[in-house]
Design a protein around this ligand. Structure first.
Ligand code: ME8
Length: 659
C-alpha cells in the first residue's frame, strides 16, 4: 500500500519576528496534510525552517549588541521550540545559515549561470543611508524618516537573473499544469502578472554583508529570495525527495513561489515543485495579523489553556482554507464548547459510560446498525474527498455530521430504556446500539486524527485499542489501509480502557481572561527576546536630555516653532504606504491643513477623526507620496519607534498656540 514519497513544506520563516499564530496556522495545516498523506499511504516529509539573512536581521542583532549569528540562533531556536511546544511533528528544520545551504544556493546559481541565465548589471535604487539598504517602495523625492532628507539614488553592481526569458515558458507550464497554483484565485493573479511580461531580477547585493556569499565572486551576497527558496531543496538534499509535492504558503508570497522559483529551477534545468497552495490571512480585529501592525496573537497561551487540539481544530474548522478568516477569543471558545465539548467529547463520554454501565466495559458482539453505518461511511467518504483538496472546514463538517447522526440515533434508541427491558429483543437492540455508537466514535477518530492527533489517541485508548494498532493506526508499512473506511472494524468482546473525559466544557470568561493574561506575559517575553524594551520600559526617553550649555536653546529659539492645537477632520490610509496616514487637520484657519503622518501602524483612521492633536504649523510644506504635507503632528516616540500622539487632559480650543 506504499504510495511513495510526499514532500511538503511551509515557508522558511523570517527571524525578524518571534513566531505567532499566523506562522502556527501554516505549520499546523502543513502537519495535518502530512498526517492525511500518511493515512493515504504516502511516506510524508515536512520541512519548515528559518530565513535568517538580510539587513533587517543584521540591524536587529546590532541593536541588541549581538552578532548576527548569536541573534539568529536565538530566534531560530524560538521557532523550533514553539513547534515542539505545540507538538507539531516536523521532519526537517532548515536554516538558511547552514553551510550545506550556502553550497546549495551556489549550486543553483552556477547551474543558472552555466545555462546563460545570469548576467552582471547595474542596479539603481533609492537607498536608506542609516539602515544601509535599498528601499523598495519609495519614489524619488520621498523623505527618509531616519535622516529627514530625501533618499539617495545609489547604483551598485549586481548579478541579474534573466526572468524576462521565462514569460512564455512559465505560461506554457501553468497551462500544462492547471493545478500548479491553488486556489484558483491565486492562479489567476499569477497568470495576469506573468502575462504583463517579466522584468529581470537582481539576485545579489554588494551593499549587504549578512548573506550567503557568491562563491565565485565573494564581494556579492545572494539577495533574499534566491537564498530562501533554495532552502526547500537543501532540507532534503540527502534524502532524494526533491521535487516537492507541495509548498504551502500564505497568499502574500505566491509570486515568489509560483513565478520566481519555477523560473530559477527551469533555468538550472532542475525539477519543479508540483504544487503551490497559498492560503489566506488570519485576521485579528479585521486586520491582517502581522508583526509590523503589532496586532499579534501567540499560539502558546491558547494551547496552554485549551489544549493543542483546540487550537488546531479552531484554525482548520473556522477558516475556509484558502480564504481570509478572523481570529477571536470568543469564536475560539464558542467553537470549542459547541463542537469539541458538546460534540466529540460528549459522544465519547456517553458511549463509553454506557458500555461501562450496561456491558461491564466490553464492546458488544454486533455488526451494529447497517443504516447508520451506511450514512456514516458516506459522510466519511465525503470528508476524505474534502481532505484531498485541503478543504479542512468541509471535511470536519462531514465528520461532525457522523457525530450528529450518531447522537440522534442514540436518542431515538434510548439505550437507558432498553437496559431496563429484560427481553431478548431489547437486549439485542441495546447491543446493536452500543456497538453502533462505539464504531461511529472509532470512525470519527480515524477521520479526525490529522486535525486532533492527541484527543483521537486518547479516545482510541479508551475504546480499548492499543496504539498503534490495526486496524486503527496501521504500522507505516500498512499506511493507506485506514482509509479503506470499513464499517464494523471494532471487535466485539474487546475490553474498553480507563474512561476519562476529553474536552471538558469551558466557561468563556475566565478561560479568555487566562489566555489574555498569559498572552501579555508571552508578549513581554518575546519582546525581550527580540531586544525591544518591554512595554513599561518603552516610555523611557530614547535620548538623554542635553547637558552642556551649548546644547541648550533660548526661549526665542523655541518661539520659532509654531505649535497649534488642531482637530482631525478626516483621515485615510495612503495607498502603497503601510505607515502613512493622510489627515485633514483644522487649526482654525480658513482651510484645514493636509498632513501626512507616519502613524498608521499605531492608529486607525477612524480612531483619529474628531481627536484634538498638536501640530507644528510653520514647517516648510513637503511632498510625500504625491501628497502635500503642510505640517507635522507631534507625538512621543517610544523605544521601539511607535508613536503616541500628544493630547490634552482638559479641552483646548482649535487654533490655540502652545507656548
Ligand atoms: O515571508 N495569516 O517569512 P515570514 C496567515 N521568509 N498566515 C500568516 C500570517 C497571517 N496573519 N502571518 C504570517 C517570509 N503567516 C519568507 C518566506 S519562503 C522560501 C521565505 C505565515 O516570516 C504565512 O505562511 O514573513 C506567510 O506566508 C508566512 O507566515 C510569512 O512568514
Amino acid at each position: 500500500m506504499n504510495q511513495g514519497k510526499y514532500y511538503l513544506t511551509t515557508p522558511i520563516y523570517y527571524v525578524n519576528a518571534a513566531p505567532h499564530i499566523g506562522h502556527a496556522y501554516t505549520t499546523i495545516a502543513a502537519e495535518a496534510i502530512a498526517r492525511i498523506k500518511r493515512l493515504e499511504g504516502y511516506e510524508a516529509t515536512l520541512t519548515t525552517g528559518t530565513d535568517e539573512h538580510g539587513t533587517k536581521v543584521e540591524r536587529a542583532a546590532q541593536a541588541q549588541g549581538k552578532t548576527p549569528v548569536e541573534f539568529v540562533d536565538l530566534i531560530s531556536n524560538e521557532f523550533r521550540a514553539q513547534w515542539e511546544k505545540l507538538d507539531i511533528q516536523i521532519d526537517r528544520f532548515q536554516r538558511t545559515t547552514s553551510p550545506q545551504h550556502a553550497r546549495m544556493v551556489n549550486a543553483l546559481f552556477d547551474a543558472c549561470r552555466a545555462n546563460g541565465y545570469i548576467y552582471k548589471g547595474a542596479y539603481t535604487g533609492l537607498y536608506a543611508v542609516v539602515s544601509e539598504s535599498f528601499v523598495n517602495d519609495a519614489k524619488p523625492g520621498d523623505i527618509d524618516p531616519e535622516t529627514g532628507k530625501p533618499y539617495e539614488e545609489v547604483t551598485e553592481e549586481n548579478y541579474f537573473f534573466k526572468l524576462s526569458a521565462f514569460t512564455d515558458r512559465l505560461l506554457a507550464f501553468y497551462e500544462e499544469h492547471p493545478d500548479f497554483i491553488l486556489p484558483e484565485i491565486r492562479r489567476n493573479e499569477v497568470l495576469a502578472f506573468v502575462k504583463q511580461g517579466l522584468a529581470d531580477l537582481s539576485i545579489t547585493r554588494t551593499s549587504i554583508k549578512w548573506g550567503v556569499p557568491v562563491e565565485s565572486d565573494p564581494a556579492h551576497v545572494f539577495y533574499v529570495w534566491f537564498d530562501a527558496l533554495t532552502a526547500y531543496m537543501t532540507a532534503v538534499e540527502k534524502d532524494d525527495l526533491w521535487p516537492a509535492d507541495l509548498h504551502l504558503i500564505g497568499k502574500e508570497i505566491v509570486r515568489f513561489h509560483a513565478v520566481y522559483w519555477p523560473a530559477f529551477l527551469m533555468a538550472a534545468g532542475w525539477p519543479l515543485p508540483k504544487r503551490v497552495f497559498a492560503h489566506g490571512w488570519l485576521l485579528f480585529e479585521n486586520d491582517k495579523m502581522s508583526k509590523s501592525r503589532g496586532n499579534i496573537v501567540r499560539p502558546g497561551p491558547i494551547a496552554e489553556v485549551m489544549g493543542v487540539d483546540a487550537l488546531r481544530y479552531f484554525l482548520l474548522r473556522e477558516i475556509v482554507f484558502g480564504q481570509d478568516g478572523s481570529f477571536s477569543y470568543d469564536a475560539l471558545v464558542g467553537r470549542y464548547n459547541a463542537d469539541l465539548a458538546n460534540g466529540l467529547g460528549n459522544l465519547a463520554s456517553r458511549t463509553l459510560a454506557m458500555i461501562q454501565q450496561y456491558r461491564g466495559g466490553t464492546i458488544p458482539d454486533s455488526r451494529g446498525e447497517e443504516a447508520v453505518g451506511k450514512a456514516a461511511l458516506e459522510s466519511a467518504a465525503a470528508a476524505v474527498r474534502a481532505y484531498e483538496t485541503f478543504d479542512f472546514a468541509r471535511a470536519l463538517e462531514h465528520i461532525w455530521n457522523i457525530i450528529a447522526l450518531t447522537d440522534k440515533y442514540i436518542v431515538e434508541r434510548a439505550p437507558w430504556k432498553l437496559a431496563k427491558d429484560a427481553s431478548d429483543e431489547a437486549r439485542q437492540r441495546l447491543e446493536d446500539t452500543l456497538y453502533t455508537a462505539a464504531e461511529s466514535l472509532r470512525l470519527v477518530c480515524d477521520l479526525a486524527e490529522p486535525v486532533l492527533p492527541h484527543a483521537t489517541r486518547l479516545i482510541w485508548r479508551q475504546l480499548g485499542l492499543r496504539e498503534p494498532i490495526d486496524p486503527v493506526v496501521p504500522a507505516p508499512s500498512e499506511w493507506g489501509r485506514l482509509w479503506g473506511l470499513q464499517w464494523g472494524e471494532l471487535k466485539g468482546g474487546q475490553r474498553i480502557g480507563e474512561v476519562s473525559g476529553v474536552f471538558p466544557r469551558l466557561e468563556a470568561k475566565p478561560t479568555i481572561q487566562k489566555m489574555q493574561q498569559l498572552e501579555e506575559a508571552e508578549k513581554d517575553r518575546q519582546a525581550e527576546l527580540m531586544g525591544r524594551p518591554r512595554r513599561a520600559e518603552a516610555a523611557k526617553p530614547a535620548e538623554a536630555a542635553p547637558k552642556s550649555a551649548s546644547d541648550l536653546i533660548s526661549i526665542e529659539d523655541f518661539a520659532k516653532v509654531d505649535l497649534r492645537v488642531g482637530e482631525v477632520k478626516a483621515a485615510e490610509a495612503v495607498k502603497g504606504a503601510d505607515k502613512l496616514l493622510h489627515l485633514q487637520v483644522d487649526i482654525g484657519e480658513a482651510k484645514a491643513r493636509s498632513i501626512v503622518a507616519g502613524i498608521a501602524l499605531a492608529y486607525k483612521p477612524e480612531q483619529l477623526v474628531g481627536r484634538k492633536v498638536v501640530i507644528v504649523a510653520n514647517l516648510q510644506p513637503r511632498k510625500l507620496r504625491g501628497l502635500t504635507s503642510e505640517g507635522m503632528i507631534v507625538a512621543a516616540s517610544l523605544g521601539d519607534g511607535s508613536p503616541v500622539l500628544a493630547s490634552f487632559l482638559e479641552d483646548a480650543p482649535v487654533g490655540a498656540r502652545l507656548k
